[in-house]
Design a protein around this ligand. Sequence first.
Ligand SMILES: [Zn+2]
Length: 408
Amino acid sequence: MNKPLMRIPYTGPLPAPTIIPRNANTLHGAIAALSTFLTAPLSGALERSSTADPQSTVVLSGAGISVASGLADYRGSNGTYRVNKTYRPIYYHEFLANHEARKRYWARSFLGWTNLHKARPNAAHYAVKKLGEMGIVRSVITQNVDSFHSIAHPEMPTLELHGYLRALTCVTCHNDLPREAFQDALARLNPAWAEFLAEAIASGALDSEDPNERRAKGMKTNPDGDVDLPGAPYSTFRYPACPHCLATPPIAADGTQTKVEVDGEGAWKSTSTAGILKPAVVMFGESIASKVKEAAENAIDGSGRLLVMGTSLATYSAWRLARRAKDRGMPIGILNLGGVRGEELFFQNLPPAQTGEHGVRLEMPTDKILPGLVEQLRRIGFEKPSANISHTNEEAHTNSRVFKDMLS
Ligand SMILES: [Zn+2]
């Protein structure tokens, strides 16, 4: 049996990139190289292989593409956490095992949701939509849990490799619950925190993720960026039980009857043996479902090129997809600020005179270069969707449903 694929953070230092081709170090040069990369005819084994659409590109995106939407990219250019050095994400086993850890997680998440909920896709996501309409990008695999790709281009198949924050899922019955409803329930169960959140929003303290800036705007945080309210510490934070398990406590895998107990207002009690809700994301230390893993592999195998953007490929689950593309002989493009894990491997043995058709390595913000790229492609005749592209779109709709089913 294969080793389960765990999502774990990789914190080793990453060397600075070598720009490929060399003249792609200006915006003009980078756009020209990327345009060549995406439109050059493919030759060789890939064209003759069983690849569904060898002329198309699959995008693999990460946190860097969401920075222009106001979401923090926790990784600096050398691969370390830069916003908050002491920040440590919660691990799946900890979340499952520990009621106290869940209280802390949900208190932080309660405060953090507002920023995500009001954030919107940016120019890079909409440029990806345009590249899809032009028939250039066939599908997206994203490590992001912010749902921006599916909001910006719902018609294109998007696989959310690490899940999404827009919903919760029950660890017992696996039913989903929309995050908005859950947020309302948290506010109801934690009135002091709801009041604090309203004040923090009004003061602008939540506009930054930097603990120093937050403190300057009057928000009391401890050194790791956490908030502990006087009179309402973490230990008193309450969260709801899964409504399905509460209504009908399920039978456990070992055949025993589970029990779900709540207090008078519906908060989960630690005497329960089921009904714990978790964010519908793959937490650190949690395995990616094999059907998601396979769907991601199929998205790679169905395309002729891979364009990596806004990610240092720090998680192994993303890195191995790029490795898979390399092993298939697919040209690889990387657009990222800062180094990428093991990137020299992806650009070995490129013909020295190539201008982007065999590979590109660019270091520019995605929201700056991608709109310019779309303009450039329009100028060279990718303006009008052809009959061939509408066929691709039809296929895309089907694939979109497949992906959603795979994640449900
Ligand atoms: Zn449940």
